[in-house]
Ligand binder design. Structure first.
Ligand code: NDP
Length: 336
C-alpha cells in the first residue's frame, strides 16, 4: 500500500504565509487502480504567487494545490503507460492516484509533459508550463509588441517576467526590467540580455524611466501592480498596451481592506492606453503552441530558463515563502 504525504492548509493565511499555517498529513492510497487511473510519483513541485491568494476561496482545511510533474508508476490507462511523465494540478503531495479523463476545470486537467528534447522535466512547471504560457500569450497577445518598441516589465527576474523580457528581445524590442535587488539587476542585464534594469526598492522609477526610455514606453507587462505600475503607466506613449498579469505587491494585504488606488483615468484617456487583465487559462487549448515555440527558443539558445531549485518535499514551505519574498532568480521549483 502506498502512503502519500500531502500539505494541508489548516489556517487561512494572514499576511505572509507561516509554517504553522500548514500541516503535513499522511494518506493511504488504494491498492487497486480503477479503470483509466494512474499512480503518479511526484518529481517536481511548483511554488507560485497565486497559491497565496487563490486559497481564500476555499474553506479551511484544504489541500495545497499547485502544478507538479510526476512519473507514472502504475497504470490502467492505455494512453498513460508506466514511465509517462505527466503535468497536473494535484499540488504539494508526493504520490497521487489520478484519472486523466476526469477534470472539467483547468485545475483538474492532467496532461503529458510536452516534448522537451532532453531538457529538464522541471521546465514542465516553468518555462514550458503555466508560467511560460503566461509570458508567451500574455505578452504577445495583449501587448502585440513590434520591433523597435520599448517594453517595461516588473517582476522581471521571476518566472514569468524573465521570459517576457527575453521574448521581447527575440521580437526586436528594447527591454527595461524592474526587480528587487542589485544582484538581480546585474543578472538581468548581463545574463538575460535586458537593455536596462533597475532595483525598484532603491530607484526613483519615474526618473529611471525618463533616462532609460526618453521616448516613452510602448508596452508594459505588469506582474506586481501597486504604485510602481501607476508610475510606469504615466511614462507610456499614446496607444500603449498594458498586460496586467498579477499584483503581487498587494497579495499579503487584507482583501477586506481594499487599498486606495492612484487616480489613473486621465492617463488612460489622454494616452489612449489599452489595459487588459488576463488569466493564462484563457489560452489553455493553445498552450502546446506556446510550448513548441518556447522549446525551440531554448534549444537554439535564444531563451534562458533559470531555475531556483529547492531540494526536498519537507522544504516546500521554505521555497514558497522564499519565492514570495524574492529569493528566486527565475522559476522557483522544488525537487521532491
Ligand atoms: P516570480 O517568480 O516573479 O516570484 C515572485 C516575485 O515577486 C519575487 O521573486 C519578488 O521578486 C517579487 N515580489 C515579491 N513581493 C513584491 C512586491 N511587494 N513588489 C514587487 N515585487 C514583489 O513569480 P511568477 O513569475 O510566477 O509570477 C509573477 C506574477 O505573475 C505574479 O503576480 C503572479 O500572480 C502572476 N501570474 C499571473 C498569471 C495569470 O494567469 N494572470 C499566471 C502566472 C503568474 P523581487 O525580488 O523582484 O521583489
Amino acid at each position: 500500500m502506498v502512503k502519500a504525504r500531502k500539505y494541508v492548509v489548516i489556517k487561512q493565511f494572514n499576511g505572509p504565509p507561516k509554517r504553522d499555517d500548514f500541516d503535513i498529513v499522511e494518506e493511504e492510497l488504494s491498492n487497486t487502480l480503477q479503470k483509466d487511473e494512474i499512480l503518479v510519483k511526484t518529481e517536481w513541485i511548483s511554488v507560485d504567487p497565486y497559491l497565496r491568494i487563490y486559497g481564500l476561496r476555499y474553506p479551511i482545511p484544504y489541500d495545497q494545490f499547485s502544478y507538479q510533474v510526476g512519473i507514472v508508476e502504475e497504470s490502467r490507462h492505455p494512453k498513460f503507460p508506466v514511465g509517462t511523465r505527466v503535468v497536473s494540478h494535484k499540488g504539494w503531495r508526493d504520490y497521487t492516484i489520478m484519472d486523466p479523463n476526469k477534470g472539467d476545470s483547468m485545475f483538474d486537467r492532467v496532461y503529458k509533459l510536452p516534448p522537451l528534447n532532453d531538457l529538464s522535466e522541471s521546465l514542465g512547471i516553468g518555462a514550458v508550463g503555466m508560467p511560460g504560457a503566461t509570458a508567451y500569450f500574455g505578452f504577445l497577445e495583449l501587448c502585440q509588441p513590434k520591433a523597435g518598441e520599448t517594453v517595461a516589465v516588473t517582476g522581471a527576474a521571476g518566472a514569468v517576467g524573465s521570459i517576457v523580457g527575453q521574448i521581447a528581445k527575440i521580437k526586436g524590442c528594447r527591454v527595461i526590467g524592474f526587480a528587487g535587488s542589485d544582484d538581480k539587476v546585474k543578472w538581468l542585464e548581463n545574463d538575460l540580455g535586458f537593455d536596462k534594469a533597475f532595483n525598484y526598492k532603491t530607484v526613483d522609477v519615474t526618473a529611471a524611466l525618463k533616462q532609460a526610455a526618453p521616448k516613452g514606453i510602448d508596452c508594459y507587462f505588469d506582474n506586481v501592480g501597486g504604485e510602481i505600475s501607476s508610475l510606469i503607466l504615466n511614462q507610456m506613449n499614446e496607444f500603449g498596451r498594458v498586460a496586467v498579469c498579477g499584483s503581487i505587491s498587494s497579495y499579503n494585504e487584507n482583501p477586506n481592506e481594499v487599498p486606495k488606488a492612484t487616480i489613473l483615468q486621465p492617463t488612460l484617456v489622454f494616452k489612449q492606453l489599452k489595459v487588459e487583465g488576463f488569466i493564462v487559462w484563457r489560452w489553455f487549448d493553445r498552450w502546446s503552441e506556446a510550448f513548441a515555440e518556447l522549446v525551440g527558443w531554448i534549444a537554439s539558445g535564444k531563451l534562458k530558463t533559470p531555475e531556483h531549485v529547492t531540494e526536498g518535499f519537507e522544504n516546500l514551505f521554505d521555497a514558497f515563502s522564499g519565492m514570495l519574498s524574492g529569493d528566486n532568480f527565475g522559476k522557483a521549483v522544488v525537487k521532491v
